[in-house]
Design a protein around this ligand. Structure first.
Ligand code: CA
Length: 228
């Protein structure tokens, strides 16, 4: 089930958005101010953000900008003033879409659906079976082979899966918990330490200087990110 984060300080509006999205099969969480919203968004748990512009603590402009720096997910900005839309566009914050309040709930649902589909196609076209080639690193998922500047690197199955998963979701931060869940599965034996060990081994194999990694970066307090 797709998870949507609603960042909105007006309770009644947030609840209206929640109710319509949930009726249409989405899971939602609500953040009542910009600070909590940003923190929740950066957890990486959400597939899309519906973001109000005027928010206490940190406003929607800032929240949008910070999310965009770390995550590649759709952001739908909501504002009470039509003239704000031009400002948002002008700032180039990377929001995917804009909507003015009051809006028809059906319109919200339609837009959420459209953006999720579009991102899915985008990710899909990058494909789980397509080859990744960047800065001398080549990952071929069909033959499950990895090359660094034409030298073949030998990775274990899980090392390959971690590297490939991160590489096809570039610039997106995944926590150790998320990686463990995605690669090993929730019911697997082990813990996040397993992830740390695998990342270290992968770096030793693919990086020129594993203390200063060029491919898989550590985002302190958040997790790992494949740099595009
Ligand atoms: Ca507001």
């Amino acid at each position: 089930m797709k998870k949507i984060l609603i960042v909105e300080d007006e309770r009644s509006i947030a609840e209206l958005q929640r109710d319509y999205l949930e009726v249409n099969g989405y899971h939602t969480d609500i953040a009542g101010n910009g600070e909590i919203g940003l923190e929740m968004a950066l957890s990486g748990k959400y597939d899309m953000i519906v973001l109000d512009l005027m928010l206490p603590k940190i406003n929607g402009f800032e929240v949008c900008k910070h999310i965009r720096e770390q995550l590649d997910i759709p952001i739908l900005m909501v504002t009470a003033r039509r003239e704000d839309i031009d400002i948002i566009r002008g700032l180039g914050l990377g929001a995917d879409d804009y909507m003015t309040k009051p809006f028809k709930p059906a319109e919200l649902v339609a837009r959420v659906k459209a953006h999720l589909n579009r991102y899915e196609r985008l990710i899909g076209s990058r494909g789980t079976s397509s080859e990744v080639e960047i800065r001398g690193l080549r990952i071929d998922p069909d033959s499950r082979r990895v090359f660094v500047r034409d030298d073949e690197i030998s990775l274990t199955t899980k090392e390959f899966e971690v590297l490939h998963f991160l590489a096809i979701h570039p610039n997106r931060v995944f926590s150790k918990d998320q990686l463990f869940e995605r690669i090993w599965g929730i019911d697997a034996m082990g813990d996040t330490q397993t992830v740390t060990v695998h990342i270290r081994k992968i770096r030793e194999k693919i990086e020129t200087d594993s203390a200063n990694p060029q491919f898989i970066e550590t985002v302190w307090g958040a997790g790992y990110r494949f740099r595009m």
